[in-house]
Ligand binder design. Structure first.
Ligand SMILES: NC(=O)C1=CN([C@@H]2O[C@H](COP(=O)(O)OP(=O)(O)OC[C@H]3O[C@@H](n4cnc5c(N)ncnc54)[C@H](OP(=O)(O)O)[C@@H]3O)[C@@H](O)[C@H]2O)C=CC1
Ligand SMILES: O=CC(=O)O
Length: 329
């Protein structure tokens, strides 16, 4: 009997055809489908789950007794109950590398847009305020030559730092990462404690994963340590920052501005003040959202799934210990 795959969002026809050469595939294209009886019925029979943006709970895993492999169309895996997956010997795969440069582009877009007040001033022009040349009340601040503090210095953090150092002559600091001697050499990066980095960086850019250690890492005390005109960028996950504390810090002028791609709750609740604050650039979680990169991520998920269900090693497993355990049975 052919194995079955549930595919939830973001796959194109070619990718579905590729999967269907080997497996029966139930495809659910829309976010709302996750609440449908058809989705749950399909999951009850599935050996593989390919998904983007689905909150996978232990209960959901319980309702999928045949599940062997999950291929997430994302690099972050805070949406998955890793302990439950490990208990059930379910392999989880993600999509590192293929989205690194695009997400770093978005990170740098936030740096530029906040420092130069680009969104605020574009609205100002649209609203018909441009009657004469602008004065200092609308000036921004330089990006080149400034200090960029990376909270997390992995794939995406390093790619943002590279843009800052090589393109804009920024001084790079990093924290919340093991020592990176090669990057220190390449970029002149300096490893500091979180407290030192916050106090000395013009831009603080968060690129750590969300987990128990990093939740609310940037809290009210951390925000108080930042420079008065400091700019906070978040390209990782909303819950790494205490959002209420951030709103207060922005309102009281404790920090200069924030560029945010991610939020505690997504989509951002309509009552959130963040998108309306002049010193905030709020984007709808578009770190990797280009045609090229989203296609590459979906393809990586398909490749991971095909390899894993065929009993081979996938390209990017999150919990490879499952493979070792399977091999020893
Ligand atoms: N906005 C968006 O659309 C996107 C957001 N993301 C987010 O960005 C995150 C980072 O991605 P990526 O750079 O590829 O990941 P990496 O694993 O390459 O980098 C993570 C960095 O965080 C550091 N780190 C610090 N504390 C922890 C901890 N408690 N647990 C794990 N790592 C820690 C790591 O340290 P060390 O170097 O010592 O391992 C590493 O430097 C993703 O997890 C995801 O949440 C990713 C893609 C798009
Ligand atoms: O947020 C996106 C991801 O790939 O993680």
């Amino acid at each position: 009997m052919r194995k079955r795959i549930v595919a939830f969002r973001r796959l194109n026809q070619e990718q579905l055809t590729q999967l269907r050469q080997h497996y029966d595939v139930d495809f659910f294209e829309h976010h709302e489908d996750a609440d449908s009886p058809a989705f749950h019925a399909a999951l009850a029979k599935a050996h593989g789950l390919i998904t983007a943006g689905l909150k996978v709970t232990p209960q959901l895993i319980d309702s999928a007794p045949h599940l062997e492999t999950i291929a997430s169309i994302s690099v972050g895996y805070d949406n998955y109950p890793l302990a439950t997956l490990n208990e059930r010997n379910i392999l989880l795969c993600n999509t590192p590398d293929v989205l690194t440069e695009t997400t770093a582009d978005t990170g740098f877009l936030l740096i530029m847009a906040t420092a130069r007040r680009a969104i605020e001033l574009a609205s100002w022009v649209k609203d018909g305020h441009w009657k004469s040349s602008i004065g200092p009340d609308l000036f921004g601040s330089d990006v080149h030559g400034k200090t960029l503090g990376m909270v997390g210095f992995g794939r995406i953090g390093a790619a943002i730092a590279r843009r800052g150092s090589l393109g804009f002559g920024m001084q790079i600091r990093y924290t919340m990462a093991s020592p990176k001697p090669e990057l220190e050499k390449e970029l002149g990066a300096q490893r500091l404690s979180l407290q030192e980095l916050l106090a000395t960086s013009d831009f603080v850019c968060v690129s750590v994963p969300l987990n128990a250690d990093t939740e609310k890492l940037i809290d009210s005390a951390a925000l108080k340590r930042m420079k008065p005109n400091g700019i906070l960028i978040n390209i990782s996950r909303g819950k790494v920052i205490d959002e209420q504390a951030l709103i207060e810090a922005l309102n009281t002028g404790q920090i200069g501005a924030a560029g945010l791609d991610v939020f505690e709750q997504e989509p951002l609740p309509v009552e959130s003040p963040l998108p309306y604050m002049p010193n905030v650039v709020a984007l709808p979680h578009i770190g990797s959202a280009t045609h090229e990169t989203r296609a590459a991520m979906a393809q990586r998920a398909v490749d991971n799934m095909l390899l894993a269900l065929a009993g081979s090693n996938p390209i990017s497993p999150v919990n490879p210990e499952v493979l070792t355990r399977r091999a020893s049975v």
